[in-house]
Design a protein around this ligand. Structure first.
Ligand code: ADP
Ligand code: ADP
Length: 227
């Protein structure tokens, strides 16, 4: 069984009388255990797809399964099986990293929240900043905190939406190392990016989306051999 199964997924936004087809019948599987890249230019539909998996956008048609759980029929199990790092950095500026993670642990009913919080702060190198207000953290620190937050309930799948957009080289390398480490521990990783080099360096498999349609889906080596 795949980690994620997307079948004929479509989304049309309607706002102010305008209709915009953001996803137009997309079908693919994300195999378990891989680092899977969803590549495509701005406006291709990547965030829409991720937001449907996150439960933030309602699909128009088609289906999606996360770890075997249909997002309509088993939304809670589906949501528990995935950790999502959103593109936009949004959290309460007056929470500290420790508080943010403990609150998240509480939402998921994670046993021993202090222990998982300590481990995650260490993993993303924020132990020093455990008690600082989030608003005082640098952009890179905030992004690391978001990754930690996504992993609080130890999901088997981690999804990152444009994780390195606007991030400097050094932090990008750190993020990649962390993602590789999680993958080595068995976590299936999905990331969206519009940088081909990033997808090439990190991903076992790359799917390319353009104008809401899937135009490629291959092992990274096969894709590069053709390019
Ligand atoms: P990106 O291309 O980096 O994924 P976008 O600029 O497409 O980001 O979108 C940024 C945010 O604005 C998203 O949350 C998206 O849902 C919203 N958005 C994008 N396009 C529109 C639109 N035409 N009308 C309303 N909201 C939009
Ligand atoms: P990507 O993440 O690949 O940049 P998005 O999924 O953000 O692409 O956007 C796909 C298309 O849908 C774009 O044309 C975008 O402007 C449009 N779009 C995204 N969000 C909204 C929204 N909330 N309302 C209307 N159009 C949107």
């Amino acid at each position: 069984q795949p980690a994620i199964r997307i079948t004929d997924l479509a989304k049309t936004y309607e706002s102010a009388g305008q209709r915009k087809r953001a996803l137009d019948g997309v079908t693919f599987d994300v195999p378990r255990g891989q680092i899977f890249g969803l590549l495509g230019p701005n406006g291709a539909g990547k965030s829409t797809l991720i937001n449907i998996l996150a439960g933030l956008v309602v699909k128009s048609s088609g289906s999606a399964e996360i770890w075997g759980f249909d997002i309509d029929r088993h939304p809670r199990n589906a949501k528990r099986s995935i950790g999502i790092v959103p593109q936009e950095i949004l959290f309460d500026p007056f929470f500290t990293p420790r508080e943010a993670l403990e609150i998240q642990a509480g939402l998921y009913g994670v046993p021993k929240p202090e222990r998982i919080t300590d481990a995650l702060l260490d993993a993303v190198r924020l132990t020093d900043k455990a008690h600082a207000y989030a608003r005082t953290l640098s952009g890179g620190m905030k992004r690391r905190l978001l990754v930690a937050k996504a992993m609080v309930h130890s999901p088997p799948i981690l999804v990152l939406d444009e994780p390195t957009a606007g991030v400097d080289i050094e932090l990008r390398q750190q993020l990649w190392d962390y993602v590789r480490g999680l993958n080595r521990q068995g976590v299936t990783v999905v990331l969206t990016t519009h940088y081909l080099e990033e997808a090439e360096e990190l991903c076992d498999r790359i799917a390319i989306i353009n104008h809401g349609r899937l135009i490629a889906n291959e092992p990274t080596r096969a894709l590069i051999a053709k390019a």
